[in-house]
Design a protein around this ligand. Structure first.
Ligand code: MG
Length: 266
């Protein structure tokens, strides 16, 4: 099942919807995607009868403001190497602010104080009840490298990665029953149709169960929490010469089975 939060044509409010056969079919009022993830699949209400073509609705972030967004640093060996880092012995966990969550279509807004904003295409794990995985989505862990690495800060990841609009994700949540093996997915990131990142999630150093176990040592993961599993090699900061995102650029991240997100930089 594909779960989305959409704004239908002519309506001001957002509704939870199932995406099926190119249509957005709304769930009953009072059912948010977060609430749908907090109950077992058989306890979810059936979607209603009205439907809109997906092309006619605005796709919002599947959960507009997740309770928590965790990021994992250096979880692909080739990406650790391109930034001159060793492979860590345990998962490197950081937090993105919930308010960085934004629609899969963006826009990504460049903060006026940041001079180098980068993309990171990633597989996102969406948590369900009881520490179990509810589904998967695509995320862009947008990162202001100058803030992340500013010499005075000694590595300020929340400052570099937590800005408003720095987490476009979606386009919907594909429930876990439709993803036979999340560690066998093909990920690609394009900037203005130029391929920049390409990897298999089988290359993740720390697999999803380990990430969940590691984060759960400090907090009980809640339905709708996100874990961004890390980005493969090919970020703009590691290119020769370095190239950051500019206003007007379009970043597209694709993952097998999960669809694609395409965000404009403003
Ligand atoms: Mg990342």
């Amino acid at each position: 099942m594909r779960l989305a939060t959409v704004r239908p044509p002519g309506l001001e409010h957002a509704v939870a919807a199932q995406i099926v056969d190119g249509l957005a079919v709304p769930f009953p009022p009072n059912w948010t995607v977060e609430r749908l993830l907090s109950v077992d699949a058989e306890d979810r209400p059936p979607p209603g009868k009205a439907a809109w073509p997906v092309a006619d609705v605005q796709l919002l972030a599947p959960i507009p403001t997740p309770g928590a967004i965790f990021g994992i640093g250096r979880n692909y060996a080739a990406h650790a190497a391109e930034l001159g880092n060793d492979v860590p012995e345990a998962p490197t966990v950081f937090a993105k602010l919930s308010r960085s969550s934004t629609a899969p279509g963006g826009p990504i807004r460049l903060p006026s104080i940041a001079s180098f904003v980068d993309y990171e295409g990633e597989l996102a794990v969406v948590m369900g009840e009881g520490g179990k995985v509810a589904g998967y989505a695509i995320a862009n862990d947008v990162s202001a490298r100058d803030l992340q690495f500013e010499p005075s800060g000694g590595g300020q990841w929340t400052r570099g990665k937590g800005a408003d609009t720095f987490c476009p994700w979606g386009p919907w949540i594909t429930t876990e029953d439709e993803v036979p093996d999340p560690h066998e997915l093909h990920l690609r990131t394009y900037v203005n149709d130029e391929l920049r990142q390409e990897a298999m999630t089988s290359d993740l150093i720390f697999k999803i169960p380990r990430l969940i176990e590691h984060i759960s040592q400090i907090t009980a993961l809640q339905p709708g929490d996100l874990i961004l599993t890390g980005t493969p090699e090919g970020v703009g900061w590691a290119r020769e010469p370095r190239v950051g995102l500019a206003s007007g650029d379009v970043v597209r991240v694709e993952i097998d089975l999960l669809g694609s997100i395409e965000s404009r930089v403003a």
